[in-house]
Design a protein around this ligand. Sequence first.
Ligand code: ZN
Length: 466
Amino acid sequence: MSILRSLKTSFSKAAWVAYNTYRKGLRYGQELAATEARLSGSRDVITQFQWERLSRLLKHAYQTTVYYRELLHSADIKLTDMQCPFDFSYVPALEKSMIRERSADLLSQVYPKRRLMKNATGGSSGTPLVFYQDRAYWNQRNLSSYYFDRWAGWDFGGRQLIVWGALVDVDRAMPWKQQLNSFWRNHRWLNGFNLTEDLMIRAFKEMQRWRPQTILAYPSSLYLFAKCLEDNRLTPNWELNGIISSAEMLHPHYREVAERVFKAKIRNRYGGREAGIIAMECKAGRMHINCHDLHVEIDSHDPYSQPGEILITQLNNYAMPLIRYRIGDIGSLSDEVCPCGNQLPILGNLLGRTTATFRTRSGELIHGGYFTRQFYGIDTVRQFQLIQDSYDVCRLKLVVNDEFRQDTLEGIIQKIQARLGENTDVRVEFLHEIPRPKSGKIAFTISNVGNENNPPHSVTVLASNN
Ligand SMILES: [Zn+2]
């Protein structure tokens, strides 16, 4: 069995070389080495590289897109004014609404339509957002993801279990094509959309034989999987190199359970479909920014102490430049020198989606993290979601086990009311599972109050036993 496994790994490694050569040409090996050198280089190397790329991109955007030409003219900015990254911060930010309204004007006029590759965010709470990229963008994006995934113990040809469930991803490939891809890449899948206990146990038994080296997962699905194994007293008989958690906020409680059950460290990966990997957690637990693909800014008067909205500039998307794009997350920067030795800048405090910020009638803003914290350590709750529908009404969706107690529920409601007002009506819905939105990402907290990106929608009545 182990001989077959290593033969398969060697085959997959060779297939990766063939794939990369086909996609990126014979020079891909050199390009990969250059990317790695850059991402593990000194701060000076990184800063200089970023400034070079930023200047080139802005010039390209100004010269070949209607949108940026108009924008720079109306903001009275000349390309010659751009002398350093500080000057760059005068370029007005790009809002999601602009991508919706002026998609055609954002496309570079020198790109033939046939070279454009359509991509979209699922929009966990709003409407999907469509944007375009090209192959060169994807090639660059893959290079940095190879680099960062290695931090979690991944390597070309290594066996990887993927616990995922984005319909957007699954829909795109034909099933046979996806199967073929998984075969040569050495991936196996556990569908995060359909995690019944039966399926998880079956997948686990398969893993005991197949012995994946890494797991790539949605944290919420990973947690369900780990919890199911723990409840059924199933222990992995193989050793994982590491786990990559991606696409949703990694709840500390999820991390704790998954690391305990799988006896491996989780590396949190923060990214977006618009941008690729934005930051990746290192062995010292810091989130390093992917400076190969992105320039990251914080919209705040002091990005090091005051969290603000994250603005990203995609350095390699020349087909549809996204410059100072407000991605919809809140975070800050850290000026700490990381003990891991890597000199990429650090994202200090990633607070998550702006749509998760609750508002009270008196105008107070409460970050969704306050509510998720109330669930830490409550083992009887499998999943939860808190939705603020109006100033006075919240829905709390819960998936619990048989040992869940009434006083636990009362404690949680009290904590919610402590911040939103003691008269807030918290409507509890007990469910078998929290339905995944089309994007596949389950948000722990959603506010439909006063959020421009997330207009109020009607309240759906769901089965409840309370
Ligand atoms: Zn580090």
